[in-house]
Design a binder for this molecule. Sequence first.
Ligand code: NDP
Ligand code: 8X3
Length: 272
Amino acid sequence: MASAAAAKRLEGKTILVTGASSGIGWSTVKEFARTSPKNLKIIATARRVDRLEQLAKEVREEVGDGVKVLPVALDVSNPEAVKNFVPALPEEFREIDVLVNNAGLVKGVAQAPNIAEEDMNIMFSTNVTGLINMTQAILPIFKKRDQGGRGDIINIGSIAGRDPYAGGSIYCATKAAVRAFTDALRKELIATRIRVIEIDPGQVETEFSIVRYYGDKAKADAVYAGVDPLIGDDIAEVIVFAATRPENVVIADTLVFPSHQAAAGVLHRRST
Ligand code: NDP
Ligand code: 8X3
């Protein structure tokens, strides 16, 4: 539930969420809108722009015209598209205050030496260089502000970046890279008011496993059998909480599990 202080701290801001067409990103756009429904701009990006248009419509129906959602097609794995992203935004959306680097994916469960090069490349170019390129595209906007700069960078890592598991070596490596980049960036920006935040979810039921299993819904459903996974809204609440703390408070590093999970592969399943 949003506090009045949280709503006030967000008022007038512009939020950019990558990977907003589904799962955690979708929920995050809605949670920001619900938290500060009077005066907020949100840029919702992903490759599937039809989904983003649906999201914008749902936000308008739920909270009204106080929140302006701008759907923008953006493939974060395409460096040219990322470079052209800010200059192509309408003027009124360019003063971004919060970047949520959420777009990401996993492909397959193959183990070395059988990992497809294509899967490796898409995971690294989305989860790592995509996130870094987005950060580099937005940081100059933050750095122009007073006291060395202001703004929030919220990176979505994973338990997989802390606790690598068999069958996830590439995905785990990408999330470990996100962690290293985030920690270094926080140190690089120490003399500014820019907050660098990492949120690492455990198991969340989204389209993540459908993508991992190349669209095989039965395999994806089996991942969540006998457990109560988190949902996108659970992580969205943590993201918005972090973004709405007083300016000198940095929720630097957060690990969020569902209650049945204690590590990447340590899950308690109900017997059926
Ligand atoms: P979803 O598959 O539901 O959502 C992923 C989002 O990322 C989609 O909106 C997708 O949009 C977008 N995306 C994928 N590739 C690209 C790209 N090249 N350019 C732009 N957008 C892209 O999964 P989640 O919501 O679960 O995943 C969100 C983040 O959370 C990811 O970084 C994931 O690694 C992380 N995470 C997920 C966990 C889970 O258990 N679900 C646990 C820990 C972390 P589109 O296809 O339209 O481009
Ligand atoms: C997703 C969590 O453990 O399924 O980032 O890889 S896991």
